[in-house]
Design a protein around this ligand. Sequence first.
Ligand SMILES: [Zn+2]
Ligand SMILES: [Zn+2]
Ligand SMILES: [Zn+2]
Length: 346
Amino acid sequence: MPFNELRKDYLLDRWVVIATERGRRPTDFARQQRQETKTNVCPMCPGNEQMTPPAVLVYLKSGSGIRRDKDTSGHRHKNWLIRVIPNLYPAFSPPKTRISRRQIVRNRNLSLAVGHHEVLVESPDHQGHPANTSIPQLTHVINAYVDRLRELSTKTYVRYVSIFRNHGLDAGASLSHAHSQIIATPSVPKTVAEEMVASKAYWKKNRTCAFCEIIRQEHDGPRFILENSKFNVFAPYASINPMEFWIFPKRHETSLLQMDRNEVKSLAETMKTCLNRLKTLVNDPPYNYGFHLSLDKEAAEYYHWHLEVYPKLAVWAGFEKSTGVYINTMTPETAAENLRKKTADS
Ligand SMILES: [Zn+2]
Ligand SMILES: [Zn+2]
Ligand SMILES: [Zn+2]
């Protein structure tokens, strides 16, 4: 009798049932009608700057380059290309006065949610999503991620900066204007912490980076999606989402802070290509993406930053919620086979 496969993540103790037997194809997910977010007035659109708190960072056109500035309480910049604003309902908020580690971490079961929660408006164009925006605009988005990461990571109470994007109502984007979010936290979140522990152990044993090894393994294999001079993309062996893919820089670095100009541009091109193929294949599905990085100098040898993209094509229900084991009805090999195909835009 044929069986499905139970696969374990490369590093995490996370298991997924991959439906190799009666696996689904991208077209099986493509026909559903997507719900659109309805807003009368978009607070992120140009002209509505007064509806939001003052921006902590704006990119303004200046000759052939970019000028960086911020708003003040009385003044909001117009004609911006990128705008980063504090979230109106922050999950993590900055301390009003100096705060010590002991004041934040109260005991093993309680810490204060000290940090920052920001919204990065990716474009003045309401529909300027990465799959269809220009490469220069997407380059601004990535540069702004790096600017915020650089500033937030210098704060003594910040141990991690999560940069992520929710696309579509079903993936948690309550506003449809192209935007990302940045949350700075006082501790390293679970998934990244587990990746760090596992990759550190791997490094101690093998004196090589586990992620560099994964990139090598997946290169040209059945889960390979694309490669350019700076990045590699593949569907992970134990994908928990249908059509999931991961983008890795070829150069071994712990965070986005080390990217040079060419890598930033190449990342923009890589993201646009992959997200555009996903959009074309599955009818603009909702998705989330998030960067995994490390701000720990000690992790330089063993941690390797990357971007994980999770299309939201399945509903996690009783089994997933009660066991922490996932069921994925599309094999990553099928996902990669389809995501390898060029579309008009890629
Ligand atoms: Zn808008
Ligand atoms: Zn590496
Ligand atoms: Zn990761």
